[in-house]
Design a protein around this ligand. Structure first.
Ligand code: BGC
Length: 269
């Protein structure tokens, strides 16, 4: 039990929270006192398991199904959230996927799927959250801000990624979506920031860590010498959602073990 929860009484929505980074973020926010919506689009049993885990830790959560790339499903999800928790204080735009292929073979369907979920999904969820933040304003007992949005980006908002152009384009798009929203909404006391994870051990990059050979190759890209754990990102999300980071808006915190330090240059160039 956390005796000094940073997010007490606040309500958070985490998209794509039934696995990987989203799951760790949902659990971390709940452990710090937030009521959490565990959004998912498939595998309801996994979402329910996250809810159970949160409840076992003494927290409060519900699972809500919605495809973040569908406008009507997003607004339905927010309505369900408001019916249960009354409002939203924290949005974590986490849902995302990869559909990798060599550039010349990339289908339009795979391009669009990745842009729709990773980028348009963040826009749709942020728009619903911002409407509520503006309507409600600051509630001083809960937070100094009227609302906080955390966009899950990637080191690939900076690092080009061969064979993954749809994914890298979606993450580059998130960067300016986040910054433009932050600029527009700061006067309304809404903070918008991103987290840029490096290689975090989840299903999305299983082929990069599931064999010793793959892991050793991956580690040459990570100066700090270990793959990230989803909990590494959960901790950053709690801090970014809390008033401890009240003066941060429009910025990306990279949690990548130094992947962005161009480790190839440590013995070269
Ligand atoms: C990707 C992972 C990858 C990591 C570092 C993430 O955004 O989803 O597949 O391992 O970036 O390259």
């Amino acid at each position: 039990m956390n005796l000094n929860p940073k997010l007490k009484g606040q309500s958070a929505l985490v998209t794509g929270a039934n696995s990987g980074i989203g799951m760790a973020v949902a659990i971390a926010l709940a452990n710090d006192g937030a009521n959490v919506v565990v959004n998912y689009v498939s595998h309801p049993e996994d979402a329910e398991a996250v809810v159970k885990q949160i409840e076992n830790n003494g927290g409060n959560a519900i699972a809500i199904k919605a495809d973040v790339s569908k406008e009507d499903e997003v607004s339905g999800m927010f309505q369900q959230m408001f019916a249960k928790y009354g409002t939203i204080d924290i949005l974590v735009n986490n849902a995302g996927l990869q559909k990798d292929s060599p550039f010349e073979n990339m289908s339009l369907a795979d391009w669009q799927l990745v842009i729709n979920v990773n980028l348009t999904g963040q826009f749709l969820c942020a728009r619903e959250a911002v409407k509520e933040f503006l309507k409600r304003g600051v509630v001083h007992e809960r937070s100094m801000a009227a609302g906080k949005i955390i966009c899950m980006s990637s080191v690939h908002q900076v690092i080009p990624w061969a064979g993954h152009v749809n994914y890298a384009a979606s993450k580059g798009g998130i960067d300016l979506l986040m910054k433009s929203m932050a600029q527009e909404l700061a006067p309304k006391k809404i903070r918008v920031n991103s987290i840029g994870p490096g290689a975090i051990k989840t299903h999305i990059n299983e082929s990069a860590w599931s064999t010793p050979e793959a892991l050793n190759k991956l580690l040459t890209l990570i100066p700090y010498g270990r793959i990230g754990e989803p909990e590494d990102i959960g901790k950053v999300a709690v801090w970014l959602a809390s008033d401890e980071s009240d003066y941060l808006t429009g910025t990306t915190i990279f949690a990548d073990g130094g992947m962005l330090l161009y480790p190839g240059f440590s013995t070269n160039g």
